[in-house]
Design a protein around this ligand. Structure first.
Ligand code: SF4
Length: 398
């Protein structure tokens, strides 16, 4: 153990550990994805290359059988869902699957399940009313000062719980150069916009050049203060976060990255390194988890996820109630489950590890936050409040 002797102000002598000799948080708490037999021959250079990872995506049942032992239900769901919503899993993400457990949280998010074949009566094609608030194709403008800008409909992986299945699954819905220009022109002439969410699909399915083009156009607009890049690549394809990409982002700060980790199994050394590169490039990273039955509807899992995210310099930002998109009813949890999770976090752990629990209201109502009941009564200037241990306190407004 390396010990340095250092002198602090005054005469006190103190000892400091040599940080280089201490196991870092990364080494203590994170492990790399295992390499399944089927890709044992791939070189490290290929495995760590995001283009190779995309080219080798698992798209057929024959390929899937080489990684896991699919159940009869998974086979049937694959056969019946293929037309509606493709399967596409990067080797990296596939490596995180348990080959023998159909309830593995990684597998549930990436391999078709029979539940998605069922369209519940309450399911909606456009659950968030995104297309209703479109002044031009490719832009949703719902809130006064910010817009959602769809720049691609491709993703590294097709998540089974995706809310935008209707677009991501449709090869004809790719964002054309014309739509991109129309979107940029709308943002340019709408001076009330100060914040742009660059989304998709997955914004990082665009090439670096295309992303830089979008960022440079937005940065040149006087009224644009910040932008956020929406991507799940940190989860499903962390190799996408290259040094060149981060170097490019540095030029356009402040840049926020909004990502979507759902389970602690997704927090690998590779994901840690990708987040570290972005954070070192000056990005602020926020996580938008979706509450999913059988995957993360448990306070202990959410607590572990959020603790590890903080170690990766990722702030747990939202915990979404799964919306009313078609074919995801089997993932939906009761609203009480989300409140129970927030109650199990608030006060019991760092406030930074407690996300906002929100319902994105159907029909374009926007994000509505939900909280457990902390205000028990309010009369005039007297408030009766309940703390995290269910003890009541009075607050008298001065
Ligand atoms: S990355 Fe996002 S948009 Fe793409 S399939 Fe997954 S949830 Fe849907």
């Amino acid at each position: 153990m390396g010990l340095n002797l250092g002198i602090c102000s005054g005469k006190m002598l103190r000892m400091a550990y040599d940080i280089k000799t201490i196991n870092t948080v990364r080494e203590r708490r994170f492990s790399p994805a295992p390499r399944p037999e089927v890709w044992a021959e791939a070189s490290d250079k290929d495995w760590n290359n995001w283009i190779w990872q995309q080219q080798k995506r698992v798209k057929t049942m024959e390929q899937l059988e080489k990684v896991i032992n699919p159940t009869d239900d998974e086979r049937e769901a694959f056969a019946q869902s293929h037309e509606m919503f493709n399967m596409g899993i990067t080797p990296y993400y596939a490596a995180l699957m348990d080959p023998n457990d159909p309830n593995c949280p990684i597998r549930l998010q990436s391999v078709p399940g029979k539940g998605e074949l069922h369209i519940a009566p309450e399911d909606l094609e456009d659950p968030l009313g995104e297309e209703r608030d479109m002044p031009v194709p490719g832009i949703t403008h719902r809130y006064p000062d910010r817009v959602l800008f769809y720049t691609t409909h491709n993703c590294a992986m097709y998540c089974r719980h995706c809310t935008r299945k209707r677009k991501v699954a449709d090869p004809d819905s790719a964002t054309s150069a014309k739509a991109l220009e129309e979107g940029l022109a709308y943002i340019e002439r709408t001076k009330s916009i100060r914040d742009v969410v660059i989304s998709g699909g997955d914004a990082l399915s665009n090439s670096d050049d295309r992303i830089e083009y979008i960022l440079s156009r937005l940065r040149a607009m006087e009224h644009i203060e910040i932008f956020r890049i929406g991507t799940r690549n940190l989860v499903t394809l962390p190799q996408r976060i290259t040094d060149d990409f981060c170097k490019m982002l540095k030029k356009y700060q402040p840049v926020f990255i909004h990502t979507h980790f759902n389970h602690p199994k997704e927090l690998t050394t590779e994901a840690f390194d990708a987040c570290a590169k972005l954070a070192d490039a000056g990005c602020v990273i926020n996580n938008q988890m979706v509450l999913l039955k059988g995957i993360n509807d448990d306070p202990k899992i959410v607590m572990e996820l959020n603790h590890k995210l903080l170690m990766m310099r990722v702030r747990p930002y939202y915990m979404f109630q799964a919306d009313l998109a078609q074919g995801i009813s089997h993932f939906r949890t009761p609203v009480e489950k989300g409140l129970e999770i927030i109650k199990a976090l608030r006060g019991w752990t760092s406030g930074m590890a407690v996300p906002h629990f929100v319902i994105d209201a159907p029909g374009g109502g926007g994000k509505i936050p939900l909280l457990p009941k902390y205000v028990m009564n309010h009369e005039g200037k007297e408030w009766t409040l309940r703390n995290y241990k269910d003890k009541e306190y009075k607050y008298l407004e001065p």
